[in-house]
Design a binder for this molecule. Sequence first.
Ligand code: SAH
Ligand code: AVI
Length: 352
Amino acid sequence: MMETLQQASVSEVIKAAAWQFRADVFRGLRAQNKVLPCKYFYDEIGSALFEQITKLEEYYPTRTELGIMQRHAAEMAGLLGPNCLLIEYGSGSSVKTRLLLNHVLDPTGYIPIDVSGEQLRCSAHALEAEYPDIDVLPLCADFTRPLNIPGCRKPAVRRVVYFPGSTLGNFTTGEAIALLRQTASLCGSDGGLLLGIDLRKDPRVLEAAYNDRQGVTAAFNRNILVRINRELGADFDLDQFAHRAFYNASRVRIEMHLVSRRDQIVRVGSMPFFFAKGESIHTENSHKYSLPALTDLAEASGFTMERIWTDARQYFSVAYFTRGHSVKDSVHSERGGSRTFLPRLEAIPVTL
Ligand code: SAH
Ligand code: AVI
């Protein structure tokens, strides 16, 4: 009986997600300046394309963050302390998480959260096998929505949210503050946030990272149209939309767009949308932070900056925020030195 109820809830969640996708696409394409939410890049194909991006020569963020984690994960784990519950936003392939889990002392559980269900299931399954002593409880959900965190067998001393990959950079400052405030309340007064975020740098380096020579980023960008064609019965002609990524200096961000190559009408189901030649669909922002801006972000969100680690070029940073009073605002640079869980409508617990 319980299982039947649970299955019914899961199919409700899937239906609600499909309805939401359609509503978001229609709203975005009706807007004066057309826009699509970047979380919809990540179906099975989009997640695989993102994994390819992370290995590109031009895309420095993943390997730079991995380097920081390799050098400093032990120290980070020391700050997290023993018996923490690790919750990860946008866990993807959970590659960096392993570096952390290798050092954290007796974590009570690991909860990877991601909208990309199949990738989440595969990577959580692998992690469960690699870390048999840790409860791995994946949640297929949008981390910007209220979350019901499942209980683990052992009680946790504190909750720590791990948010790597500069995914926070895909939110505007206002959205980022709202998300981190919600995170502060999810963590509680003893909790922490370990945030991996990309830093400001030469725009030529930034633009190269989002305009790779092999065209993988272009395929990733167009995949949102592929998904709309498949899931919403649309007829986007992919060849008629150009990938465009550029640095917007006044907003300190890379913007990705899909630009219509001609006047055209695209149907989504039976609904027609007109695109003028040169008109764009804004698909993603990728904000780049400065170290002071990160401290400001922590304070605006109800956190205190405890520690920042960067690489020698200061290309990328990993920051640890806590809810307590500031112990030290230090920058470490290479330069200087119970399994029962009632799902909410928005979330699907993934069965391993
Ligand atoms: N953390 C990984 C992956 C980063 S890619 C890394 O550092 O390499 C961004 C990830 O966040 C993808 O796996 C995507 O599916 C997920 N994601 C994006 N927006 C999301 C949202 N609103 N809720 C949950 N997951 C999201
Ligand atoms: C996940 N996110 C931080 C990536 C970024 O760099 O903004 C997604 C991406 N978009 C294009 N390339 C990679």
